[in-house]
Write a protein that binds this ligand. Structure first.
Ligand code: SF4
Ligand code: SF4
Length: 73
């Protein structure tokens, strides 16, 4: 598990749609409920306001489809 760092600003969340298999692991591991899986196409939807930049979703995604960009303040 990647530890949360202090004073981190979440910048962006990039999803590589062609690599996502719609497994919803990212949504399951997000403790902030910042990811919901779209019921239409099964792609994850990210809520920047809830995201704390822990990058657990990125680490647990089996296909490396997620990249979370954070900036140290
Ligand atoms: S964990 Fe990865 S492959 Fe699974 S739904 Fe999330 S982004 Fe897609
Ligand atoms: S970086 Fe952490 S808080 Fe943000 S969406 Fe991923 S698991 Fe959730």
């Amino acid at each position: 598990m990647i530890k949360m760092e202090n004073n981190v600003k979440v910048v962006d969340f990039i999803l590589k749609n062609d690599e996502c298999i719609g497994c919803a692991i990212c949504a399951d591991v997000c403790l902030e409920d910042a990811i919901e899986v779209n019921e239409v196409d099964f792609y994850p939807l990210w809520d920047k306001k809830k995201c704390v930049g822990c990058r657990e979703c990125e680490e647990q995604c089996p296909t490396e489809a997620i990249k979370v960009f954070v900036m140290k303040l």
